[in-house]
Design a protein around this ligand. Structure first.
Ligand SMILES: Cc1ncc(COP(=O)(O)O)c(C=O)c1O
Length: 396
């Protein structure tokens, strides 16, 4: 038994109800089908399923009822025709990009990318004869000028990790399409609730489900969403044949994570905004970046394309790396780690972690100073979190 047609419901309802497939037992909660494969009532049925002539599950590398529920729920939330789950966010990014290109093709990407995404573009794709140009994502002319006759993919994340720069997705999608390329958007920081890249014209959206979707620091996962054609042309076979598949157990964890996504993201956004208000103008802080603030450099784009602020805040403490480390080491409640979107409030020092691979000049170009801190709001009481951050700033 499947859930009622989810498209007619609001996002909060889709997060809880969409995509559920009940077994003959009629379980309330989504069942965990922890199985690598399936048995068939006859050799003829087995042959028909393998050839694709009969519907049904074959092997969990490419389909599994729990994973299908996660994919359907995400597709309903995102307004996508199809989705494929992957083992990690990086598997989603790599599969989407590798599925789009062949040797001799070219990719244009924004410079401000999560470290591993930038490595895939700069180091990995060239090994297969795919060249790339990195641009300032906020400079629309730069995207236009970078496109070549062999450009097949445009790639960006917005807001960016870690400086929360916001890129105009609708405009970049138009430029990509004029150039005959397809746009892939990494929507991790926005979450499916605050930004809908497909509705803005993107061809594909990818997530690290490890972040807000699980939201409780338990498992890794990823997902790729797009039209049926995009998924069938570029993603389906790559996942089926090369196997970056999500485990059913992790898909089940993600399904349960989605049920609470809206309440968590709302609470985290409120806390991020409260933290921002407390840090604004603080004498130990040089720079404060938050997509919900009117002084954000792309406030006009945010007003057009995002439905909410952010669960993340970036700020630069005085004193460079030494100042940042004094701050980090003085925290008592907020943990130093590299995850985000978690129930626990977390801080990251991008220079020495996620963006360590870049040269100091490359980091400077992206506005990643040695004193930059990325704060991810959790679900604790906002006053306890704010007090911890303010006390730690005294140590800077
Ligand atoms: C923007 C962004 N994209 C992709 C990833 C990769 O996700 P995962 O760690 O699940 O592979 C991350 C974080 O790790 C990220 O912050």
């Amino acid at each position: 038994m499947s859930a009622p047609a989810s498209k007619t419901y609001r996002p909060e309802t889709r997060l809880v109800q969409a995509g559920i497939q009940r077994s003959p037992f009629g379980e309330t909660s989504e069942a965990l089908f922890l199985t690598q494969g399936y048995v068939y009532p006859s050799a003829e049925e087995c042959e028909a399923r393998f050839s694709g002539k009969a519907p049904g599950y074959v092997y969990s590398r490419y389909s599994n009822p729990t994973i299908s529920m996660f994919e359907s729920r995400m597709a309903a939330l995102e307004g996508a025709e199809a989705a494929r789950a992957t083992a990690t966010g990086m598997a989603a990014v790599t599969t989407a990009l590798m599925g789009l290109v062949r040797a001799g093709d070219h990719v244009v990407a924004a410079k401000a990318l999560f470290g591993s995404c930038r490595w895939v573009i700069e180091e990995w794709l060239p090994r297969f004869g795919v060249t790339s140009t990195l641009v300032d994502g906020t400079d629309l002319d730069a995207w236009k000028q970078a496109a070549q006759p062999n450009t097949k993919a445009f790639f960006l994340e917005s807001p960016t990790n870690p400086t929360l720069q916001v890129i105009d997705i609708a405009e970049v999608a138009k430029i990509a399409h004029d150039a005959g390329a397809q746009l892939v958007v990494d929507n991790v920081f926005a979450t499916p609730l605050y930004q809908s890249p497909l509705a803005l014209g993107a061809d594909c959206v990818v997530y690290s489900a490890t972040k807000h979707i699980d939201g409780q620091g338990r498992v890794l996962g990823g997902i790729i969403l797009g039209s049926e054609k995009f998924i069938m042309d570029h993603v389906h076979q790559v996942i089926r044949q090369t196997g970056p598949s999500l485990s059913p157990f992790n898909a089940w964890v993600m399904l349960k994570g989605l049920e609470t996504l809206a309440v968590r993201v709302q609470r985290q956004t409120d806390t991020a905004a409260a933290v921002c208000a407390a840090l604004a103008g603080h004498k130990k802080i040089e720079r404060l970046i938050y997509p919900g603030r009117p002084d954000h450099p792309q406030a006009d784009v945010i007003a057009r394309q995002m439905k909410g602020g952010s669960t993340l805040v970036a700020f630069e403490v005085k004193g460079g790396k030494a100042g940042a480390f004094r701050f980090l080491n003085a925290l008592r409640l907020v943990a130093i780690t590299n995850n985000l979107g978690d129930a626990k409030s977390l801080v990251t020092h991008p220079t020495t972690t996620t963006h360590q691979r870049l040269t100091p000049a490359q980091r400077a170009e992206l506005g990643i100073g040695d004193g930059l801190i990325r704060f991810s709001a959790g679900l604790e009481h906002p006053d306890d979190v704010t007090e911890d951050l303010l006390t730690a700033l005294d140590a800077v």
